[in-house]
Ligand binder design. Structure first.
Ligand code: ADE
Length: 254
């Protein structure tokens, strides 16, 4: 997959896109990440990419002309013009399903927003406007990296066998079950006996139940689209009513 990013801060991508799994995927030719400085498509001495909003109001707006010129040039770099994603807090909420959809594209062109946002006419260049969550960052660069990371790890060969996402599809739509590693006893806290039993069927059943309980407690809205057996629905309902009575005791992780 090729990911092209059009940004006024190409340097922000250098570290995060060079190390660990993403860095390795690039070295192995499974992923190509290229940044393009939006200012290269400005024509004034100050290389201006923003301007004041029509109608007044605070902040600055990203000018349309450099974005149109940049997209025109960057999209032409390959036969495939790519799927163009603008990063903005007003976009569609990013989630794992969208990550999976995007991972099937040969080429993405990501355009992080800065300032108060894009001139509305520039958004006509976007195939999709994406938000990574209901909070406002100083720009769309971190969101562009989040999207690249979430998509890249789904590409064939990027994760090793040990880290593969097959377990994820099994627990589709649920939070992860609790994990433990050695030592078996640490500061009076024991690893659950079942995980040391060597009984793979019991372990799988325990993990599944823990995932259902944790999801019911922390993110009950996710259960609507998870596929649960009737028995698992009962377990979830049980956990939701326990959570309601525990909530009276005050705030916790759960
Ligand atoms: N730019 C600023 N905040 C953002 C967010 N939450 N998602 C995408 N782009 C952004």
């Amino acid at each position: 997959m090729i990911v092209d990013i059009v940004t006024i801060f190409p340097q922000m991508f250098e570290g995060p896109m060079s190390v660990s799994i993403i860095g390795l995927a690039r070295e192995r030719g499974l992923l190509e990440v290229r940044t393009h400085d939006l200012r290269d498509w400005t024509h004034d001495r100050h290389r201006t990419t923003d301007d004041t909003p029509y109608g007044g109001g605070p902040g600055m707006v990203m000018k349309p002309e450099p974005l149109f010129e940049a997209l025109d040039a960057v999209q032409r770099l390959e036969d495939d013009p790519g799927f163009v994603v603008f990063l903005t807090p007003s976009g569609r909420p990013f989630d794992q399903r969208l990550a999976r959809d995007l991972s099937s594209k040969e080429r993405l062109v990501l355009v992080p927003g800065r300032y108060e946002g894009f001139d509305e006419r520039a958004l006509s260049l976007a195939d999709l406007e994406l938000s990574i969550g209901d909070y406002v960052l100083t720009g769309g660069e971190l969101p562009a990296m989040v999207v690249t990371d979430a998509v890249a790890r789904l590409l064939p060969g990027v994760l090793g066998d040990d880290e593969s996402s097959t377990e994820e599809s099994f627990s589709e739509g649920l939070l992860e079950y609790p994990q433990y590693t050695r030592p078996a006893r640490f500061r009076d806290m024991d690893v659950p006996e079942v995980l040391r039993s060597g009984d793979h069927a019991r372990i799988a059943a325990w993990r599944r139940e823990q995932a259902v309980r944790r999801t019911a407690r922390r993110r009950p809205e996710l259960l609507a689209s998870a596929s649960l057996t009737a028995e698992e629905r009962n377990v979830a309902d049980d956990e939701i009513s326990r959570a309601a009575s525990d909530a009276q005791e005050g705030p916790t992780n759960d």
